[in-house]
Design a binder for this molecule. Structure first.
Ligand SMILES: Cc1cc2nc3c(=O)[nH]c(=O)nc-3n(C[C@H](O)[C@H](O)[C@H](O)COP(=O)(O)OP(=O)(O)OC[C@H]3O[C@@H](n4cnc5c(N)ncnc54)[C@H](O)[C@@H]3O)c2cc1C
Length: 471
């Protein structure tokens, strides 16, 4: 079967890797001159600079690791990410567990008690899909610093402030609720609470039978208790890391493990037409024929490119409404290391996420130098530069290297009313990428969408006798 993958970002190359290894003939068409999309690193004056500041989530058996374990010969070498800090007048650890909440100095004591009891309450009774962080916070009469904390945290989780950030995003982002549990909630508009989401959990039928055996009421209690226990203790659902060699190493591991796959760069797809169960994919240079399309370019571009596919066109209006957030990342190379610890920090007064990537891998910077990244959401470049100079008291004209990137970090922001397309549009047309799965973020989200696509694809197309091809 001939498969064409449109776009060679993380979701596109993961799709190509898995489908090629499953024995299909795959062609990837990428419009840029390099494969990798946003999961790339580039050499800037001797520094290995990623596209954006990265932390890769869900490394304890999340979708990226599951796919790589199954299909890749090579695995990136992930270094534990360290801690998340918040910088006000000094540096504080971001509180994520009950113990950290109760002992943090960044939030006034009264607010800690209010927030803690509200979290326990919500995890027990549940909440609606469109409940925003603000809907909950506004009635608590929190102090200004605590409100600002939630607003900033919301920005980094969804690209929006707390009024547009869904509460479920905060819970999954903070690791209190497992990400898989929100899938039926998003696609079927269920109420999120431990009972309902676990009943309809897609992939684990064993768990469903256990619950039926257990009895309904007992399950509600058990599940709620499990989430709350996570909050009370230090353990969370997930682990994070940074790949040695930069995020390019993830892309390289995938591409170097491919089978039955051709990668073509500088091939922008301009039109896809369906005729007699075949697709004709037109690029600026050529026309290619396929049995199956995997669309990994932003889904918002589908209405312009896909012309006569009814199942696709019915989503056109929703697709056109997909919102992006924009990011500005300033990379600074210097002999001074402003973040001499493993981890990263968030600034509240001027929302920014900053880290020194050369702390994880010194080879990313020339000897004796450090590489620091500062990612801002929806901020103009000059404001971002000013914020760094003011906060760290440095003159960016005098540093060894300064590099500015403006990008769209995800194909869809995880905001209230946001549309996420389900990966299977029809038996021979699938969409993957960060607009086709709401779980987690970035590279992990892209990998989740590929897992979902694969499970749907295999149900329909996978011959039972095909084995995964190895070297
Ligand atoms: C500032 C910043 C910070 C980030 N932080 C993190 C983080 O901490 N953790 C994390 O996991 N992720 C992070 N990410 C996001 C992560 O890099 C992306 O979400 C992920 O790489 C997206 O993969 P994708 O395949 O969905 O899309 P993309 O990487 O966007 O790939 C889509 C590809 O399709 C191609 N394309 C588009 N149109 C066409 C066409 N018509 N024809 C052919 N090809 C086309 C594009 O050129 C691109 O290569 C960050 C990104 C940025 C910018």
């Amino acid at each position: 079967m001939k498969i064409i993958v449109i776009g060679g970002g993380t979701s596109g190359i993961l799709s190509a890797l898995s489908l090629g290894k499953e024995g299909h003939e795959v062609l990837v068409l990428e419009k840029n001159d390099k494969i990798g999309g946003l999961c790339r690193s580039e050499n800037i004056h001797g520094y290995t600079v990623d596209i954006g500041v990265h932390a890769i989530t869900m490394l304890n058996n999340g979708p990226l690791i599951r796919l790589l374990n199954q299909y890749s010969q090579y695995l990136p070498n992930f270094k534990p990410y360290g801690e998340y800090y918040i910088r006000t007048n000094q540096l504080y650890k971001i509180p994520v567990s009950m113990h950290e909440w109760m002992t943090t100095a960044v939030i006034p004591h009264k607010d800690k008690l209010l927030v803690t009891s509200k979290i326990i309450d919500l995890m027990t009774v549940g909440f609606d899909k469109d409940t925003s962080v603000y809907d909950i916070v506004k009635d608590l009469n929190l102090s200004e610093p605590t409100s600002e904390f939630f607003d900033t945290f919301s920005y980094f989780l969804s690209g929006e402030g707390m009024d547009k950030t869904p509460l479920w995003r905060l819970f999954t982002g903070a690791g209190y609720i497992p990400e898989d549990d929100i899938i039926p909630f998003i696609y079927n508009d269920l109420r999120i609470n431990p009972l309902r989401t676990s009943i309809s959990k897609k992939f684990d039928s064993g768990r469903l039978w256990n619950m039926v055996d257990d009895g309904l009421l007992k399950s509600i209690k058990n599940k709620s208790k499990k989430y709350i226990t996570k909050f009370m203790g230090e353990a969370r659902f997930g682990s994070q890391g940074y790949p040695l060699g930069g995020v390019q190493s993830i892309c390289d591991c995938i591409c170097n493990s491919m089978k039955n796959t051709t990668l073509k760069t500088n091939e922008e797809v301009v039109q896809i037409v369906e005729e007699n169960d075949k697709y004709y994919v037109k690029t600026i240079n050529d026309v290619y024929e396929a049995d199956v399309i995997i669309y990994s370019a932003p889904a918002v571009t589908i209405p312009n490119i896909v012309k006569n596919v009814e199942e696709v066109n019915k989503y056109n209006e929703k697709l056109e409404n997909i919102k992006f957030s924009k990011s500005t990342t300033i990379w600074v190379g210097d002999k001074e290391n402003y973040f001499p610890y493993l981890g990263s920090e968030v600034w509240v007064d001027y929302p920014c996420w900053a880290t020194t990537t050369s702390n994880y891998d010194p080879w990313l910077a020339p000897k004796g130098k450090h590489l620091m990244g500062f990612s801002f959401v929806n901020s103009p470049e000059k404001d971002a530069i000013m914020a760094i100079e003011n906060k760290l008291n440095i003159n960016l004209d005098k540093v060894d290297m300064l590099h500015v990137q403006k990008t769209v970090p995800e194909h869809a922001s995880c905001a209230i009313d946001q549309f996420f397309i389900y990966p299977k549009l029809k038996n021979n047309f699938y969409v993957v990428g960060t607009d086709s799965d709401p779980r987690s973020m970035g590279i992990t989200r892209a990998a989740y969408s590929v897992e979902m696509m694969l499970s749907e694809f295999k149900n329909i197309h996978q011959p039972t006798n095909v084995n995964i091809q190895s070297e």
